[in-house]
Each structure stands twice: as C-alpha cells, then as structure tokens.
Design a protein around this ligand. Structure first.
Ligand SMILES: *Cc1c(COP(=O)(O)O)cnc(C)c1O
Length: 495
C-alpha cells in the first residue's frame, strides 16, 4: 500500500478483534500447563498463577528506575532481596538487586568482578574468569560484552567442576572463579567449598550461579533431602545469582544478584552527574525497570511463604525421585552423574538418545537435546507432579520400540521439528535452511539426513565448530525479519 510509511496498520483495530487473534496465535505455542514441557516455564498451580498475574497487572505501568517515585516498588525490591539473601545464607551483610533474569544477574557479577579487579588487582592486564565447561553461556556472554577472557575448564567424570583443574587454570590475571548450584545441563552441584577456598587463598572472587537452584535447593533441604553446601555460608563465596522466575515461580523477568558486602556491590552500580537530563543513576543493566515483575516476585514470595515453597519442593522431589528410579528400571537408559535435585540428563550407551527424544516428541513430551555427551534434559517442576507415571510409561514404550529396528520409527516429517535444543522451537523452514546448510558443509550436497536424530548427531560432529557458530548467528538474524523477507532470503540460498 503506497504511503504506508511505518509498516503499521494504516488504521487502528478493534480491541476484541486483535485480542481474539492473539489468543488464536497461541495455539501453536508449547502447552506448558499440561506438564509435558520440560523447560522454559515454571508453574506453581492455578491459584499461584493468578496471584502473579494480578500482582503483575497492578504494577505493569510502573517503572522501577526511579525508586523515589514509586516507594511501593522500592519496598518490594528491598524485601525480595532481603528474603532471598536470608534463604541463601546471608550473615546480615549480604546486599543485592533485582534484575530481569539470570543472564543480567551474571552480567552484573562479571562486571563487578572486573571493576573490583581494577582497584584491588592493579597488576591484572587482561582479566580472566574460570568457568567449568558446564557453566551457563551467560558467563561467555558477559565476557563477550565486557572484554573479559573466559578460561574454560573440563568437569570431572561426575560432571561436577574439578577443583584441581580449576586450581591449575588460575593465573595472575584470574579475577573470578565460577561454580554452579546446580549446573543446568546435568543438575549436579559443583564443589563450591573447594572452589571458594581456591579463590579465597588467592584473594580473588567466587561467584555461585544458583540461577536455577537458588529458590530450589534451600527448600529441597528443608523438605528433608540432602543438599550440598553452596551459598554465602561458605567462606570465599563473594556473589550469588538466583532466578525468581524459575523455581521462585515468579513472573518472567525476575532474578536477584547478591554480594557478600556493600563494598563489592558498589562495583556494579552506575551513575552520571553530567547529563543535561539531570543526575542519572541505575543499579543494573536495564534503564527502565518493569514494575510488574518486581511486584509479582514479591507477591509470590508472600503468597507461598516458606511453607508453600517447601511443600512444592517436597512434591517436586518426590516426582524427581520417582522419575529417577523409574529410569533406573528402564534398560539402556541412565542418568548422568548424581543430581541432588530435580534437574537431570538422560543418556544411553546403546540407543541413540536423540531418537528417544524424537519418539517422546511424537507423544507430546518436549525434552531439550544436549550434547557432549548426547542426552535429553529434564527440569522437573510443580507442573510435572501429576505426570511421572505417564512420562515413565511413554519412555518405557519408546525404548522398547527403538530396540525393535524393524518397526517404524520417527519419519522425516519430524526431522525439521526436532533438530536440536537451539532450533527446537523454530518454524520448520528455518530449521530446514539450517539443516541444508549444515549438510552442504559436510559434503552432503544439501541433502537432508533421514532422521532428526541423525541430523542433531551430525550437528554435534561438524568438523569446524566455527561454521556451526556462523550458521546459528545466520538463523538468529532471521528471527525478527518479517516472514516474506525470510522466505525470499532462504529461497535464494537453497537454490
Ligand atoms: C537459567 C539459567 C541461567 C540464565 O538465566 P536466564 O534467566 O535464562 O537469563 C544461568 N545459569 C543457570 C544455571 C540457569 O539455569
């Protein structure tokens, strides 16, 4: 249409019509309420859901950037941080802030470490952070943003960080040692006391990534299950990240970054007094800070209380134990390492585990694929409490099916839908383009492998991981391109 300068609809639309369309647009989204999706969404039941929805709606317009304008938000954040610090072993001196998620919390911890080192480690010429291989990519992202070097160290056979490898990796440029409680891929808790001791002896910092565990492990322990020490009760731990929007069951966009002391937190803060717009101060990455998520985090903590969280943790753990024991009964499947809580990875020495994932996908279960080694990921939360039996029954059936090679297995039609963790949620033609390019790189002339399992296995063995890296960035670029542009672009490349 000529003159449609902004690509906006030329005229406004009716509220009813567009809300109806949006409701319809959700039909192809993952249905997490059923308890068959194993990551991305954490659900504590309908009533809790209503609490965060309403609390969020009450404050969705407010802005946490200026706490003096909204004393309510300031109080929510202060109390959320205070409650979180108490859960995570504060001696009363731990301080922190809310952020929009685990990534932002980790960015803050790495930034604070870099700024701290400028003052306390003047001889550091090129700051390094030591991150076990299973540490979250947010640390690599922080390094990418802030000009810090990641020194990656392998984990042990139990998939936990290896203190000897970490100690060996320390150099005069090391500013920070990272441990996870637990790590996302295998759900195991790194030996935080050992890692923190290495850091403390050398007067460097130690961050515990409790993004997924921070609002899980304390309650799992109170529910009576054994949990290794991981928090501020350990000398040498200098910062901890914990995500409210995971096992805190808060609305998306809520995490906390905590520091052992005010002095340390100071290195994360930003202020300028030179701007014509006035004096500007901001504690975290975000400028405008959404009031709704801050309010909803406070609300869910008040609504559940310690008792509520412990009850949920108990049920989640009972489900996790049932699933673990059930998997132990299924031949050909194993759990990697010894995860103490409700995250775990399923692997197999005899079956192609991605094929297991494909077949489970056919039965409606969404399991993320992992590699190094190949495995399927489970994050069991309250949404799965009723599902352990059905899950194990399907898993048993799938393994039996895959042991009979003459039977029909997942066909090509699934190929494009389940190509891997990075691509699982994408429209088929995007994955198709990625697959085609990957196949071409491998000398396959663009022909597609026969099954998604084969496809993901192939991605894991691409000769040059730089090629894969570029492929994934290509794909990322297309995410926010209008469909027509994407189709044209890919049509050209595929020809
Ligand atoms: C989820 C997660 C993160 C990142 O958190 P986001 O909220 O996705 O940014 C970091 N570390 C671990 C262990 C996680 O599970």
């Amino acid at each position: 249409m000529p003159g449609n300068l902004a690509n906006l609809p030329p005229n406004g639309r009716s509220k009813d019509g567009l809300l109806r369309q949006m409701a319809q647009m959700r039909h192809h989204d993952a249905d997490w309420r059923e308890g068959k999706v194993f990551s991305l969404v954490f659900f504590a039941g309908e009533e809790a859901h209503e609490v965060i929805r309403e609390a969020h709606a009450l404050f969705f317009a407010e802005n946490g950037l200026n706490p003096t304008a909204f004393p309510s938000l300031r109080r929510f954040e202060t109390e959320v941080v205070h409650m979180s610090a108490g859960l995570l072993g504060s001696d009363g001196r731990v301080v922190g802030n809310m952020t929009t998620g685990g990534t932002e919390s980790i960015l803050m911890a790495v930034l604070a470490a870099r700024e701290w080192a400028k003052v306390h480690k003047p001889n550091v010429s090129a700051p390094e952070i030591i991150v076990p291989a299973t540490g979250h990519p947010a640390f690599a992202k922080a390094a990418h943003y802030f000009g810090v070097q990641v020194v990656q160290v392998p984990v042990g056979v139990d998939f936990r960080a290896d203190p000897v490898a970490v100690e060996t990796a320390v150099t005069p440029n090391t500013i920070l040692i990272v441990g996870s409680a637990p790590s996302y891929p295998h759900g195991v808790v790194d030996p935080i006391p050992e890692l923190a001791a290495i850091a403390q002896e050398r007067d460097i910092l130690c961050h515990v990534d409790a993004c997924v565990g921070g609002f899980l492990l304390p309650f799992v322990r109170r529910a009576g299950f054994p949990v290794p020490d991981f928090d501020f009760t350990i000398p040498g731990v200098t910062s901890v990240s914990a995500d409210l929007h995971k096992y805190g069951y808060a609305a998306k966009g809520a995490s906390v970054i905590l520091y052992r002391s005010r002095e340390l937190r100071r290195y994360q803060l930003f202020a300028t007094v030179d701007w014509p717009g006035g004096i500007y101060a901001s504690p975290t990455m975000a400028g405008t800070r959404p009031g709704g998520t801050i309010a909803a985090a406070w609300a869910i903590m008040q609504y559940l209380g310690e008792e509520g969280y412990v009850n949920i943790a108990r049920q989640v753990m009972e489900t996790a134990v049932t699933i673990r024991q059930g998997i132990a009964q299924i031949p050909h499947l194993t759990i990697l390492g010894d995860p103490p809580a409700s995250l775990m990875a399923i692997a197999s020495a005899t079956l192609d585990i991605y094929e297991v994932g494909d077949e489970m996908g056919l039965r409606g279960w969404h399991l993320d694929r992992q590699h190094f080694p190949a495995s399927l990921h489970l994050t069991i939360n309250y949404a799965h409490v009723q599902q352990a039996g059905a899950f194990l029954a399907d898993l048993t059936e799938v393994v039996t099916l895959l042991r009979r090679p003459t039977l029909r297995r997942v066909g090509n039609r699934l190929l494009l839908g389940t190509a891997g963790a990075a691509t699982r949620l994408l429209p088929r033609r995007w994955v198709s383009a990625l697959t085609g390019k990957a196949a071409a790189l491998l000398g396959g002339g663009g022909s597609l492998p026969s099954r998604s399992a084969a496809m993901y296995g192939m991605m894991g063995t691409l000769p040059n991981r730089g090629d894969l890296h570029d492929l994934v960035l290509d794909l990322l670029e297309t995410f926010t391109q209008p469909e027509t542009v994407v189709e044209k672009g890919f049509a050209k490349e595929e020809r």
